[in-house]
Design a protein. Sequence first.
Length: 298
Amino acid sequence: MMTLAIHDHRLAKPGPQSAALRDYDSVRRAIAFISEHWRSQPTIEAMADAAGVTPDELHHLFRRWAGLTPKAFMQALTLDHAKNLLRGSASILDAALDSGLSGPGRLHDLFVTHEAMSPGEWKIGGAGLMLRYGFHPSPFGTAIVMTTARGLAGLAFADPGEEQAALADMQSRWPKATYVEDYLSTAPVAQRIFDPKLWRADQPLRVVLIGTDFEVRVWETLLKIPMGRAVSYSDIACKIKAPTASRAVGAAVGKNPVSFVVPCHRALGKDGKLTGYHWGITRKQAMLGWEAGKVGMQ
C-alpha cells in the first residue's frame, strides 16, 4: 500500500504557529479519511468535510503540505491496490471493481498519465521541440502518431488520400517545431494505443499536452470520462468551474491534439446528440461503438 510523507511546515512556515498547526491537522485528517475510504472513491466535498475545511481550502492545503492534490493521492492508492491485484490472478474487471472503480474502462483511463507543457512553451509555437511522426493503421482509418522525448504529443486520423492534409493540420498547431518522419519509433506507440492487450497498469502511456492553460484544463477533464460513457460540453464547463463557457469548451475540445487517447469523442451536445468532431462524425460514432464493445466484453 502506498504511503505518503507530508512535510511538517510547523518549523519551516512563517506566521502564527497555531494557524500552521490547524493546517497540518486538516491535512492529516484528510489523509486518514482518504486512506480509509478510498475504495468508495469519495468526492472532494466529502474529503473536505472530514478535514473541517472547504473543498478549495483542502485542495490548496493538501498540495502545499503533501505535494499533490487529494484526488491524485486517492488515485495513487487506487492504482497501487489494482496493480497488486493484477500481479496476481485477478482479471482487469475484477481489479477495477475491487478497487472501487466503475469498471475496466475507468481503470484503463487511470493508466494514461499526462503532463502539460508550460504556457511559455506553447506560446513560442513549439520552437526547439522535435516531433517524430508516423502513419499507422488503426480501427478508425490511418492514424498519424506524433511523439516527443517526453511522450505522445499528437494523434490524428485521415481517410485514404488525405494523409498529408491531416499531417499539415497537425503541424500548423506548432509551426516552429521540427518534424521528423520516423515510422519505427512511433509504431510501438501506435500499437499500444489501439491494442487493448497492451493497456498495462505497470506501464502507463505518457501523454504530453501542448495547449493554452484553459485548453489543458478541458483536456484533463476529458481524461476523467470513463470509457463507454459520454458527457456534455456544459458538464465539462461545470467541472472546470466555468459554467458559462460551454462554447469555449467546445472550441477547446475541437482543438484536442491527442485524439482518442484524450477522449474528445466522448463529449456530446447538451441534448445527447453527436456534434462536430474534427476528424468526422462517422469516426466519432465508430470510436464510441468500439469502446462500448470493449467495455461489454470485459
